[in-house]
Design a protein around this ligand. Structure first.
Ligand code: FAD
Length: 518
């Protein structure tokens, strides 16, 4: 007999198979020995009250052997597309580009991925040099290279964009390529930076084995346009690539692509975004606040939002047990972001805290037209780089000192490997961003007692939360309004804000292309 049940368990009960079996037997009214196995269908942690609980939904096998959960196995139909009638060039091997390639293969279309960066292994070396020596390779870094910004990201897999596609299918595909099964049942699935590179490599291998192509070191620098279609794209080494359709999935750090589009008079539009700083607390402090002293729970996270003078200020990409990383893509520009390993076992909790930017704030940049937001981001990044003193050392300040406009005479230990340098961050942030952050910090301290503290350190600048540009597309077939075979896709085009939503957008665009080729 199989029975689906829900259990509310103490963390100690939920942490072992025997603890779960005992509670399940009690709930079902059978002997523990009769339970031959169980599958976790859903798992969430409720730590709002004085007592923390795990809420589990289980399929329990009573007096019958445990069976695999077949609905978790995604059906990847291996098709050899090496001599397919239709080929599609995908520019950019981030989640959008890779998931588009997988979908095209399913549809019998050959994907050819052009990626400016290197494969994950070579990329790892460039990231190590950036962290240790402060020397940036503009083509191979935290944002550029195989897997895109997703590879060395935190790997949190939750998204608010459930309407945009089939989230479960993306999670199942990640599981198929090696992610842990827990991503299929945890309410806040997380892979971790240490696990992502191998998953991405397996996806590449699948694409190659299926007859797709994956070309590294191919930075697209031009579109060859003819009679309302893209005829070919040109890479920086002069190679031309022709195809039936082109998916542009270059992410929101590919500023050269935005500039190229504008130069070629391919319509782009401004899009709202947010900028701010990254803050780091000791993880133990956040655990103490969130868990009311309760021990033995996974590192705690938080999500905060505040309205300051009609402007939203919110936490973004919170990384429990994480590391702050230099996510710059050009020398002389400092961008910070965060990640955490699968175990989330670093002693720090970091999060972006960002302020929404509207058109009014960009008036000084209006000469750049739809690229106003991009140049605004760039100017903040340049100021932060200068303030840090070079080599991607980040300007930093303790939290209360920041709010009270006091220079920090000392800084606490921090996870950011290139190093931090005490600076008055107010000097390099626009006044409305400084005011928004300051007021929000005080308000956050009231919502989470102990959050507003000089034990926390703030690093500048968190400027690339989402794309400042949208590349328009036809609502029906998702092609660009001017070029019927050009498909803007993923975060850079303004249709995604994370790994899962970018992957879903990649699939969506690939499906539309397949419909056209029928
Ligand atoms: C440190 C960090 C942590 C993050 N943590 C999370 C998280 O926990 N959860 C989450 O959902 N999201 C996270 N993100 C964001 C997430 O990684 C992105 O939203 C996602 O990768 C966007 O996917 P994409 O495919 O649209 O673009 P990208 O991942 O940016 O990929 C674009 C690709 O295009 C390539 N490219 C650019 N220009 C060219 C060109 N001219 N020619 C050829 N190739 C080009 C780039 O090299 C890159 O590989 C994080 C990002 C960073 C940097």
């Amino acid at each position: 007999m199989q029975k689906n049940i829900q259990l509310k368990l103490l963390p100690s009960e939920a942490s072992t198979d025997s603890g779960i079996k005992e509670s399940a037997a009690l709930a079902i009214g059978c002997q523990v020995e009769e339970i031959k196995g169980f599958t976790i269908l859903k798992r969430s942690l409720d730590a709002r009250g004085r007592q923390a609980w795990f809420i589990l939904t289980l399929r329990v096998f009573v007096n019958e052997p445990l069976q695999p959960e077949t609905s978790r196995i995604v059906k990847m139909a291996f098709r050899n597309v090496s001599s397919a009638k239709n080929t599609v060039i995908i520019i950019g091997a981030g989640p959008a580009g890779i998931f588009a390639a997988l979908k095209l293969i399913e549809e019998g279309i050959q994907p050819i991925i052009l990626e400016r960066g290197k494969d994950v292994r070579a990329r790892r070396r460039d990231i190590a040099i950036l962290n240790k020596e402060g020397s940036l390779n503009p083509e191979s870094n935290y944002c550029f290279g195989e897997g895109g910004a997703g590879t060395y990201s935190d790997g949190k897999l939750y998204t608010r964009s459930s309407k945009r596609g089939d989230i479960n299918r993306i999670l199942k595909l990640l599981f198929f390529f090696g992610a842990g099964e827990n991503i299929l049942f945890d309410s806040h699935p997380h892979i971790g930076t240490n696990k992502l590179p191998d998953i991405i490599s397996r996806m590449r291998q699948y694409i190659l084995d299926s007859g797709g192509k994956f070309l590294f070191g191919k930075r697209v620098v031009d579109f060859i346009l003819e009679n309302g279609i893209v005829k070919a794209v040109k890479s920086d080494d002069g190679d031309l690539f022709e195809a039936n359709a082109f998916i542009l999935a270059t992410g929101h750090s590919a500023r050269d692509i935005f500039i190229l589009l504008q130069d070629k008079k391919i319509v782009i539009e401004p899009k709202p975004f947010a900028v701010g700083i990254r803050i780091e607390h000791p993880q133990s402090l956040i655990d103490g606040i969130q868990y009311h002293g309760y021990q033995d729970l996974p590192p705690a996270s938080y999500s905060l939002v505040e309205q300051v003078k009609g402007r939203g200020v919110f936490s973004f990409c919170m990384c429990p047990g994480g590391i702050i990383a230099p996510a710059s893509t050009s020398p002389g520009e400092l961008v910070v972001n965060g990640w955490s390993p699968s175990k989330r076992n670093n002693p720090y909790a970091n999060s972006g805290i960002v302020v929404t930017i509207g058109e009014k704030e960009l008036e000084d940049y209006s000469r750049w037209g739809p690229l106003a937001g991009m140049y605004f981001q760039k100017s903040l990044e340049e100021k932060a780089f200068e303030q840090g003193g070079g080599k991607f050392i980040a300007p930093a300040q303790r939290m209360v000192d920041f709010v009270q406009s006091r220079i920090s005479s000392t800084l606490p230990p921090c996870s950011y490997i290139p190093g931090i340098h005490s600076s008055p961050l107010k000097d390099s942030l626009p006044p409305f961003v400084y005011e928004g952050l300051s007021r929000a910090f005080v308000a956050f301290g009231k919502k989470m007692k102990g959050y507003y503290t000089n034990e926390a350190v703030i690093l500048s600048t968190e400027s690339r939360t989402s794309s400042p540009v949208r590349i328009p597309r036809n609502p029906i077939d998702l092609s660009h309004p001017q070029f019927e075979n050009l498909y803007p896709c993923g975060e850079g085009a303004g249709y995604a804000g994370g790994i899962v939503s970018a992957a879903m957008d990649g699939e969506k665009v690939a499906s539309q292309i397949a419909l056209k080729f029928v």
